[in-house]
Design a protein around this ligand. Structure first.
Ligand SMILES: Cc1cc2nc3c(=O)[nH]c(=O)nc-3n(C[C@H](O)[C@H](O)[C@H](O)COP(=O)(O)OP(=O)(O)OC[C@H]3O[C@@H](n4cnc5c(N)ncnc54)[C@H](O)[C@@H]3O)c2cc1C
Length: 593
């Protein structure tokens, strides 16, 4: 066996959580050794929705524009729809049951637009992962950090020692093994190896339903007349409600809307049937569900089987090992919180790990990864389970009865589309019930409104509690633990978002007045050289908010301050100048002077 390699951070898994960790840690000048069992990035599309917070993180690293260029235009991901089929000339074929604004599109555009400088994106995981890989590689060479990415390399064993973690890695191409001594190990392995090896229990529902996803190529343009839906749910008397029929996602990748070349179809299957479906059979099933013509070519590119689960690890940290992404929490895909949470876990972890590795902060800062992210992702798991199960409610709203004979469900659809008062009433009921699914497709507060309660932050007794039950409204605030809100500023004639002032390698102290005093205080604090002071608002010479938003939610007075962490969350705030006397004391818990 060769000599033991040394690294600060061993990253196990080269998908969303792992590649994002590599990018963030490289940006912070930390050397990493990433290993990924597969030879290549994921060939399956899997996740595709990148939410506002993930896009804000990508924007802060200069990656957002490229994602927008390559992914679905806003107008082709503005809605989701429920249909009986795409085409067909049967009595109940080709009927639209309901269309809903989604992902910040349509009537949601105003609220999403005022809440974030970014818009959401639809970029399938099979494109996201190579994109992240390329940027991880580029950053490593640009920053000249001693980091590396090793695909076709698998973690086969590890144990903790006084230096951190000693891991044995197998090169899958030649079966040779080598060892790596790391200070820390990030388990970004989707829960496949590290968590189970450490006997960390996963609590929740392990196998709610078995799914099969077909990734296919087809020209469906002649059957579609609405370019706005990103997701289409099919519901018909034969196969029953949405999970029983099929859910189709338009993926582009060159043209979008009706001209999309590639699509996904998710099907629920009985566990004993799932593996025996041939590509041809699946293509026929898709054509029959869509009721497209016999000549329509449906070419299956790939299929994958997966289980819908909702589980949360009991611990996110064990010694020098941290669980991130699906290794720590695994969700149903509804609300699109899986990959997004993985990216946001990595973002929360990276600056803390960098501060501890550089000797700037004590180890206790790393404990806050679990106390912050477990609470938020625990809610994400429950939200995704709830919005997944809510689709069954939709079936009821349409009039379907589980297990009922086809004739009875056929009659339910006839009633629904009937041109009569009762038909109007049933359509009204369907709309009301389907609108409860806005909790999945319009939940902006799940994307940017989450707030850490316990961790690397100082609560100050004031907590804004406004909330819309389905999380469809985001209420900006500067409460410690919350993401610092976006608002537009005029900086010497140029507009920029407040979020553009926050960088992953620095704290930001937002003040209105007394810039010299606050700067001097920062200089004497544990954050000296790690924090920049930004003056905005009434007393500031240069940066002026473009409108009154900041004054509405800032909570602090002219002499106050808001300290924002490198991950964009508020750490500390003082309503007035009395905070100056407390600043150093209240920050000393985590940081070394
Ligand atoms: C059909 C579907 C649709 C989805 N839609 C969305 C969506 O729209 N939005 C969203 O946010 N999420 C969505 N998700 C969830 C999302 O795909 C996952 O949450 C995300 O992939 C998690 O990323 P990860 O990096 O944590 O883990 P994974 O993607 O599971 O990656 C783990 C990696 O670790 C590697 N690995 C495992 N063991 C080892 C080892 N011993 N050594 C080295 N490498 C190892 C694996 O090969 C794998 O590449 C969806 C999931 C599915 C199945």
């Amino acid at each position: 066996m060769s000599e033991t390699l040394q690294t600060s951070v061993l990253i196990v898994g080269g998908a969303g959580a792992g590649l994002a960790s590599s990018i963030f840690l490289t940006e912070l000048g930390i050397d990493t050794h990433l290993i990924e069992r597969r030879e290549t990035t994921s060939p399956a599309p899997k996740a595709h929705y990148l939410n506002l917070r993930s896009m804000e993180i990508f924007r802060s690293l200069g990656l957002a524009d490229e994602i927008y260029e390559r992914s679905t235009p806003a107008e082709n991901m503005a809605t989701v729809g429920w249909y009986t089929s795409l085409a067909g000339d049967g009595e109940l074929d080709g009927k639209t049951i309901h269309i809903m604004d989604a992902f910040g599109g349509g009537a949601l555009a105003e609220h999403y637009g005022e809440s974030s400088p970014c818009r959401t994106a639809n970029f399938a995981q099979l494109h996201v992962e190579p994109f992240l890989y390329a940027h991880a590689e580029k950053r490593i060479s640009k920053r000249e950090v001693a980091s590396s990415l090793h695909f076709g390399h698998e973690l086969v064993s590890f144990f903790e020692n006084e230096l951190g973690v000693l891991a044995t890695i197998r090169n899958t191409a030649n079966d040779e093994t080598y060892t790596v001594q790391a200070k820390y190990m990030l388990a970004c392995d989707g829960g496949r190896f590290v968590g189970p090896s450490l006997n960390i229990p996963m609590q929740g529902i392990e196998r709610l339903i078995d799914m099969k996803t077909a990734y296919f190529r087809a020209d469906l343009s002649s059957f579609i007349d609405d370019d706005s839906p990103m997701i289409r749910w099919f519901s018909n008397p034969e196969s029953g409600g949405a999970w029983g029929s099929g859910v189709m996602v338009a993926l582009g990748p060159k043209d979008f809307g009706r001209n999309s070349q590639e699509w996904l179809m998710h099907f629920a299957f009985n566990p004993d049937q799932i593996e025996n479906v041939e590509h041809e059979e699946l293509a026929e099933q898709i054509k029959s569900l869509l009721r497209v013509t016999a000549e329509t070519k449906v070419e299956i590119i790939k299929t994958n089987e997966w289980q819908v689960k909702g589980v949360l690890a009991d611990r996110f940290r064990q010694g020098s090992v941290f669980l991130l992404g699906d290794a720590a929490h695994c969700h149903p895909p509804t609300t699109g919180l899986g990959l997004n949470s993985a990216i946001q876990d990595a973002h929360n972890m990276a600056w803390k790990l960098a501060a501890v590795i550089k000797g700037e902060a004590s180890d206790s800062l790393l404990d806050t990864y679990e106390s912050e992210r477990r609470q938020v992702t625990g809610k994400n798991v429950r939200w995704a389970l709830y919005t997944f199960q809510n689709h069954l409610l939709i079936d009821g709203g349409i009039g379907l009865i589980p297990g009922a004979p086809v004739e009875m469900n056929t009659q339910a659809y006839r009633n629904l589309f009937e041109d009569s008062e009762i038909g109007d009433t049933l359509r009204h009921r369907a709309k009301l019930v389907i609108d409860t699914q806005t909790a999945e497709f319009q939940a902006i507060n799940m994307e940017i409104g989450f707030k850490y309660q316990l961790g690397a932050l100082h609560k100050d007794g004031h907590e804004s509690t406004e909330r819309e039950m389905f999380e469809r409204r985001y209420y900006p605030c500067t409460d410690p633990g919350a993401r610092f809100p976006h608002f537009w500023l005029n900086n010497n004639g140029k507009n920029l978002s407040s979020l553009d002032l926050i960088t992953i390698d620095s704290f930001t102290l937002f003040v209105e007045k007394n810039v010299e005093q606050w700067s001097a205080l920062v200089g004497r604090s544990p954050l000296a050289n790690k924090c920049h002071v930004v003056a905005i608002g009434a007393g500031a010479a240069q940066m002026k908010p473009l409108n009154d938003d900041w004054n509405q939610f800032k909570y602090i007075g002219d002499n106050g301050a808001v300290l924002v962490r490198p991950d964009g969350h508020v750490m500390w705030r003082s309503k007035d100048a009395s905070g100056m006397a407390r600043f150093i004391d209240e920050l000393s818990g985590f940081f070394k002077s």
